[in-house]
Design a protein around this ligand. Structure first.
Ligand SMILES: [Zn+2]
Length: 148
């Protein structure tokens, strides 16, 4: 089910998939910024797809539980996955972009739309963090944070 915003691993959806909870529940300002970027990227042959958008609290918790099972350590899992109360995906203020060439394009040109890479270890994760044409803050170092 997609009501919780989940998108299977290694899959992506279109920015125009308004029927998908991952898109429908995004912050409208974030969504319109990414859509504007996508139009310009497409003109240069780069297609921006969404690998993760809004997530329900339950879905975020599930991601954390999976990471705890994987690492066999809650402490280690929390280095990589935010709990629901910390994730910007849960509030609709973060989006993960793929494939790699699309994320790379947005890392380079995202600031033109106010979009910034938030974490050095997640080149796909973007948030609205500046004015269009502004400067992005330095991404957080991995030890300061965890998966989106
Ligand atoms: Zn993310």
């Amino acid at each position: 089910m997609s009501g919780d915003g989940s998108i299977p691993k290694n899959e992506s959806i279109s920015l125009d998939d308004n029927g998908h909870a991952a898109i429908a529940n995004l912050d409208p300002a974030l969504l319109s910024a990414v859509r504007a970027a996508a139009v310009d990227a497409a003109a240069r042959g780069v297609v921006l797809k969404v690998t993760s958008g809004w997530r329900s609290r339950a879905y975020q918790q599930r991601l954390l539980d999976e990471a705890i099972a994987l690492y066999r350590s809650e402490k280690e899992a929390l280095r990589w996955v935010h709990p629901p109360e910390k994730s910007k995906h849960v509030t609709g203020h973060a989006i993960d972009i793929g494939p790699t060439d699309a994320a790379d394009w947005l890392v380079r040109f995202g600031a033109d739309y106010g979009l910034c890479q938030t974490y050095t270890n997640e080149m796909w994760h973007f948030e609205l963090m500046t004015e269009p044409g502004g400067r992005c803050p330095q991404p957080d170092r991995p030890r300061d944070r965890v998966t989106g």
